[in-house]
Design a protein around this ligand. Structure first.
Ligand code: RB5
Length: 144
């Protein structure tokens, strides 16, 4: 299950992503917004809570740049959020960082590229191995 959310800067792109997820039969929970002006931290926390509660295993957050959403998400223990504007980063943030939240900028990239980025993010698995100790060190940074 995927949790997905956006602010007003990411609303159009969220609709495109959701439509594509439906076509692929991927289940998701929409955490808002519905196009109205909202503060992105409020949406980021909703999506991340779906993950930390165990309801969802991954999340997608879309704002104007993806940056504000990622900053908020990365303050929450257990969340590893990555802003991606290319498919290589989307693939490797799964393989190496075990990212559980993908952030994108609705004012930065078009829907065509965004759907490819989402595909890489959802269809690649963490490699483990040498990356595990690095993630342990990352975990130890939480709360510092
Ligand atoms: C909203 O205008 C905009 O600041 C927001 O969508 C995002 O880009 C923040 O990082």
């Amino acid at each position: 299950m995927i949790a997905i959310g956006c602010d007003h800067g990411g609303y159009e792109l969220k609709l495109a992503v959701e439509s594509n997820l439906k076509e692929q039969g991927v289940d998701f929970i929409d955490c808002g917004c519905g196009g109205e002006k909202v503060d992105y931290p409020d949406i980021a926390v909703k999506v991340c809570e779906e993950i930390t509660s165990g309801e969802c295993d991954k999340g997608i957050l879309i704002c104007g740049t993806g940056i504000g959403m990622s900053m908020c998400a990365n303050k929450i223990a257990g969340i590893r959020a990555a802003v991606c504007g290319d498919t290589f980063s989307a693939k490797y943030t799964r393989l190496h960082n075990d990212a559980n939240v993908l952030c994108m900028g609705g004012r930065v990239i078009g829907a065509g590229l965004a759907l490819e980025i989402v595909r890489e993010f959802l269809n690649n698995e963490f490699e483990g191995g040498r990356h595990v100790a690095r993630l342990d060190k990352m975990k130890n940074l939480e709360g510092k």
